[in-house]
Structures are given as C-alpha cells and as structure tokens.
Design a protein around this ligand. Sequence first.
Ligand code: SAM
Length: 285
Amino acid sequence: MARLLTSGDIRTLSRGLGITPTKKWGQNFVVDANTVRRIAAAAKLDADDVVMEVGPGLGSLTLALIEIARKVIAVEIDPKLALALPTTVAHRAPDEHRRLTVVETDAARVDPAQLPEAPTALVANLPYNVAVPVVLHALETFPSLRKGLVMVQAEVGDRLTAQPGSKIYGGPSVKMAWYAKAKRAGSVSANVFWPVPNVASALVAFERIESPDANRAEVFAAVDAAFGQRRKMLRQSLKSWAGEDVDAVLERSGIEPTRRGESLDISEFIALADAKEALGGTSRI
Ligand SMILES: C[S@@+](CC[C@H](N)C(=O)[O-])C[C@H]1O[C@@H](n2cnc3c(N)ncnc32)[C@H](O)[C@@H]1O
C-alpha cells in the first residue's frame, strides 16, 4: 500500500529537492489525500490499465494511481521533478514502484516512440495554459487512450464540456467532441493545493468515442476560422478558411450564412468540411 503525501511531506520534499514551485509550469501541488483518492476513483481505472499521468510533480497522484493500474507512465517537463519522482515512489510505494516509468518531456509534444507502452488512460492535474493542447494532443497521438480524468481550471473544464449555444462553447468544445464524450466530474477547492492558486479547479472525465468519418484537419480548420471571429456571421468568419467559395460551401452544407460559429454542433462543422471537399476547395490563403 502506497503512503500518500501529506501537506507536510510536500513541503519537506520540495525543500529537500531545492524546488520552488514555478508559475511557468503551473506548479500547484495537491496536498490533500482525500482529493487524491477522489481523483483516482473518478478516473475509473482497471487493474490492467496503462496510465499516462501528465505532470506528476512531486508524486501526489502518482502514488494513488500506481496502487491501481498495471503501469504508470509519468510525463513531466521539469527535469528536477522528473529526476526525483522514482526515488519518492520507491520510498513510499516499495511494492509497486516498478510499475512506474518517468519520461521527461513536454506532454504537448510527446510521441508514441518516447513511451514504453501504449497508454489506455490519461490522468492529469494540468496547468491552465497547456490543459487543452495537452488533452487534444494525447487523444490525437495515442489512439489506445480509451478514457481519462483531468483536473483543470474550472473555466477550462466548462470550455471542454460546453454545448452549442452556450457563451463558453468554442474550439476546445468542438474538438473535444470529435474524440470523446466529456463531462464535468466535480469541483476541487483551491485550498487543496500548495501554493494555493487564485482560481477554482474542476474535474473532467471523458470516454473516447469513434471519431467521425471526415477530414479532421479540414473540420478543425473550419472550427478555428469560425471561432477566430466568433461574433461575425459565418459568411464572414469562414472567409479565412473557404476563401471565395464561402457562399457555395455554406449553401451546399445547408447552413444559414447568417449563423455564428457558437451555434454549430460538430456534425454541422463536418458538413462544412465535406461541402468544401466536394467543391474541390483547398484553402486559398
Ligand atoms: C498543477 S501541477 C500538478 C502536480 C501533481 N500532479 C499534483 O497533482 O500535485 C502541474 C505539473 O505539470 C508539469 N507540467 C507543466 N507543463 C507541462 C508540460 N507541458 N508537459 C509535462 N508536464 C508539465 C509541472 O511541472 C507540474 O509538475
């Protein structure tokens, strides 16, 4: 049984390792064992899961994950933290520490050749600025990922799970919907972190779905154009994507040119991409 880290342990560890949490990498460590257990439970892991944990930090979550999963592949950008993690885990989870592999790299760029095995689940407590790129990159790069649980700033959680028509619906919502069914899985108080951040966090759970049979790059380019100018009507905002074909693309897809991106669901973005392809259009920018 692993010994989870207490608030005192986190401070002692970081002092011993000469680590001052840095904002650059969003380093707010979880210091509350109940929260750690809640996250591990919400991830719904099985004993044969291979978990990719992004940003293990000092190992708060890693210790809980390693008790459950067959393997934990921890992807950490900070060289000091990556170096220290195996020792922490060996001390606190002597029976399970061989299940851990640490990969020191940027999770927004990690590729399958860097990992010892294909991950089946993603678990991460992610900094604000990299949360969306890391989750989308993981889903695109590792088709083996079936499910995930990420802790993100509450607003990012809302964006990832928003539905058409809501104020916060945007590119991340549509792109997430391409890969997975995502839902909010609870909130997390700022007080369970050290240092205490000035924002609340949320848990987002997702399960992969079969991605649509469409040209992903083209669909995402339409999404980027529509939300790049979200207040503009589609006949204007989609010009940067469809060029002079914009009216024909809208007509062929059956979408009113006066609508805005925030009202379109993913099937309508797919209809736009299909229409552009059918008209033989590639971006003329
Ligand atoms: C919010 S802390 C979470 C730490 C730990 N999982 C916990 O819950 O206490 C974020 C962690 O992600 C790491 N990190 C930040 N950006 C990263 C990136 N692009 N790739 C991999 N790790 C990153 C940070 O160094 C830090 O360890």
